[in-house]
Design a protein around this ligand. Structure first.
Ligand SMILES: NC(=O)c1ccc[n+]([C@@H]2O[C@H](COP(=O)([O-])OP(=O)(O)OC[C@H]3O[C@@H](n4cnc5c(N)ncnc54)[C@H](OP(=O)(O)O)[C@@H]3O)[C@@H](O)[C@H]2O)c1
Length: 202
């Protein structure tokens, strides 16, 4: 008997990171719900995934609320400044669900962190979604590098942080399906360290 597919919502799916994540897990045992506010780019992404992974189960959505309502795991792949507004819209349908924070709140030229520090973007998202299980993930690799995750014969590490053990294991599996070597770095407070790693990527 097959294992039940988890449903993953990606909010900001047509962006650089959102589309890289979607493509990297499209051949996994997941059902993907893709939402972005620019439907044209979302259509291109759908076509691209369907051409490369004909068996992928995916659907484009036109509303973050519906997308999150149907999902088991919700990935925020939008700029940090957009997260609060989206969190407010989906709060009631994100209860008890895993919410993945990918945001690195850095300046446009990636030279320094912006805004007041701490708390981290992930901790702020947890504050906005108190009944969800926020996990930091997918934020320590550039979207362009998702296509080449083995360097010198070694699989790239991906760091994960969160407070809920079961959620951390679930996200580890997801990150592994995406092609990374998952490393649990600690609880959600460790997110501020993971977000600062962006400053080393330039
Ligand atoms: N790109 C990377 O390599 C990378 C690496 C690590 C972490 N991250 C993190 O990933 C997140 C996304 O970055 P990105 O580079 O993928 O940015 P991006 O290419 O600009 O994609 C963001 C997507 O979110 C959409 N969006 C923005 N505001 C929205 C809203 N209010 N409601 C719905 N959708 C909205 C954007 O739509 P519009 O185009 O219409 O604005 C866009 O499609 C950021 O938090 C970033 O820190 C990115």
């Amino acid at each position: 008997m097959g294992v039940t597919k988890q449903t993953i919502a990606i909010i900001g799916a047509a962006g650089n990171l959102g589309s890289a994540i979607a493509k990297s897990i499209a051949d996994g045992n997941y059902r993907l719900l893709l939402f972005d506010r620019t439907s044209e780019r979302l259509d291109w992404l759908m076509d691209d995934i369907q051409a490369n992974y004909p068996d992928a189960e995916l659907r484009s959505m036109d509303c973050a609320y519906d997308c999150s309502w149907e999902a088991d795991i919700i990935i925020f792949a939008v700029p940090h400044r957009a997260e609060k507004e989206i969190a407010d819209k989906i709060r009631e349908v994100a209860t008890q669900k895993i919410v993945i924070s990918t945001a690195n709140p850095v300046d446009q030229d990636l030279s320094k962190l912006n805004g007041e520090q701490p708390p981290s973007a992930a901790e702020k998202l947890q504050h906005s979604l108190p009944n969800s299980k926020v996990v930091k993930a997918f934020n320590t690799t550039f979207a362009d590098d998702f296509e080449n995750l083995i360097i010198a014969g070694k699989r790239l590490d991906a760091f994960i942080a969160g407070d809920d053990d079961e959620a951390l294991q679930t996200v580890s599996e997801l990150v592994k399906t995406a092609g990374f070597n998952p490393i649990i770095a600690g609880d959600l407070t460790v997110s501020s360290t993971l977000e600062r790693m962006q400053l080393l990527f330039r």
